[in-house]
Write a protein that binds this ligand. Structure first.
Ligand SMILES: [Fe+2]
Length: 213
């Protein structure tokens, strides 16, 4: 239409999607922190213990981790995963989601040494969860990304302004859980301190009652 380049047209904004993540403080944090640190020590000293579940294949975590199925390998990881699952289930009931049964798919321990990080990735499950065991002594913060590729970027002076990343300043002893297809990553650890986290994935099941046969 003629004249739109000169006329001031009123433009309104409508928010379309709002993502939320949930956070809680884990009871028994000190107990689990001690046990997880023991696991890291065992996995790091495999030559002495002749035992390690650290994988040899490359993945998104450019750091160190125990096996994906650590809940089958370490009883305490199974106990921790059950505790976390119970809290998530409580949240599901409070929010009235239709998710009657949660089952654990994976559970593992991550530890980041100097200059280690995690690329943006997602877990491809219904609910993903990260427990910040010992992170406050490093600057390696947790990031969420909405992974949009085609978008307009605002410039303010020599800065770019985007809202496609959200940095989380996590507290030790807290657990964050979110939709399992949400992209996230970890900034490089530039300190000499170890950054330790635990992660687990859950799937939602709809079990039908077994009949008599
Ligand atoms: Fe992850």
């Amino acid at each position: 239409m003629k004249g739109t380049e000169k006329r001031m047209i009123e433009i309104t904004k409508i928010p379309i999607f709002v993502e939320e993540v949930s956070v809680f403080t884990l009871p028994n944090h000190e107990y689990y922190k001690e046990k997880i640190n023991e696991i890291v020590k065992i996995e790091e000293n495999k030559s002495i213990h002749k035992f390690s579940t650290v994988p040899d294949k490359e993945d998104n975590v450019k750091a160190n981790r125990s096996a994906w199925d650590s809940h089958f390998r370490y009883p305490v990881i199974n106990e921790l995963t059950t505790d976390i699952r119970n809290v998530i289930h409580q949240s599901i009931k409070q929010d009235n989601y239709d998710a009657p049964v949660l089952s654990t798919i994976n559970a593992w321990v991550n530890w980041y040494k100097k200059e280690q990080f995690a690329e943006f990735h997602h877990h491809g499950c219904h609910v993903a969860c990260v427990y910040f065991v010992d992170v406050e002594k490093t600057n390696a913060n947790f990031l969420f990304s909405n992974k949009d590729i085609y978008r307009l970027i605002k410039r303010e002076g020599d800065k770019t302004v985007t809202n496609d990343r959200k940095e989380v300043i996590a507290k030790d002893g807290t657990v964050i859980f979110f939709s399992g297809n949400t992209y996230h990553g970890v900034l490089p650890n530039y300190t000499d301190n170890l950054r330790v986290t635990f992660a687990c994935n859950f799937a939602v099941n709809y079990n039908s009652e077994r009949k008599d046969y």
